[in-house]
Design a protein around this ligand. Structure first.
Ligand code: AMP
Ligand code: ZN
Length: 111
């Protein structure tokens, strides 16, 4: 998708501090971290948000969760929170679906 920052990171057009990459998924540290540890797990294919997921994506969606937990463990994040913002009112600013993984400090209540 043209002019999509996460598509450009997925193709390597824009650099990122990568934690993991395979043919389906890329994970990288957030450029504006909201916690001592804050990374994103992103499907390489362009899906605007979780609302765009279809049944055929069930395996991919599960992979994001499993990988997020694995990478949190590998990077000694400790307890962590997983967030998918869906839509502007929920705080979504990049309209390419992504999973936030945050940790390293006591996190407040949601909202
Ligand atoms: P959201 O508000 O859920 O759409 O989250 C978008 C996230 O992407 C924010 O936490 C941004 O700091 C992060 N972000 C935007 N551009 C980049 C980039 N080039 N590299 C890494 N993280 C980015
Ligand atoms: Zn995209």
């Amino acid at each position: 998708m043209e002019n999509c920052v996460f598509c450009k990171i997925a193709t390597g057009e824009i650099p990122a501090r990568k934690l993991y990459e395979d043919d389906e998924v890329i994970a990288f540290w957030d450029i504006d971290p909201q916690a001592p540890y804050h990374f994103l797990v992103v499907p390489k294919k362009h899906l605007a948000s979780t609302t765009a997921l279809r049944e055929a994506d069930d395996k991919l969606a599960g992979k994001l969760l499993r990988l997020g937990a694995k990478l949190a463990q590998e990077n000694n994040v400790g307890d962590f929170r997983v967030i998918f913002n869906n839509g502007p009112m929920a705080g979504q600013e990049v309209f390419h679906m992504h999973m936030h993984v945050l940790g390293g400090r006591k996190l407040g209540k949601l909202g």
